[in-house]
Design a protein around this ligand. Sequence first.
Ligand code: ZN
Length: 170
Amino acid sequence: MHKIKKLQTQLNMANNNREYQLLKDQIAATEMTNSVTADEVLEELERIDVFAGEIAEAESAVAKARAEQEKVEKQFAEEEPSLRGDLARIEAELKQAEAVLPDDFKPLYHRAVNARNGDALAPVKGEYCDGCNQKVPLNDINKVLVAEPKPLVCRACGRVLYVPENWSQK
Ligand SMILES: [Zn+2]
């Protein structure tokens, strides 16, 4: 724009037609160049707008992910002590329960726990071991249902079997 003003001042002081026309052409050419440049600047500004939008979106996604992470970390920090407490309590209860096992039951139980890593017990379901679905002889089940029951171990999987209170043969 500055350049055009200067040319217009020169145009006003033109000494002859030829000089006048020359300056006029020069003004037109400068105006054309300026308008092309203005278009390019506008395009560039539009692209910057698009980028700014994309950056804002990405920043908001990052902020959201960060907030989510903080939430999970806080939740974990809040719950961890209580979960550890639960675990300690359950382990203590398990020790107590194991301590009162009948003596003839203890070796079988501990052997099964060692062999099966915590998956040592299974209920009898009908005439089947609920742990491995193999048939348990009815004769063996009956030995558990008497007044002084004998420990029962599944012959197929080695789990110590127990007969639930609501057990029925079918
Ligand atoms: Zn079994």
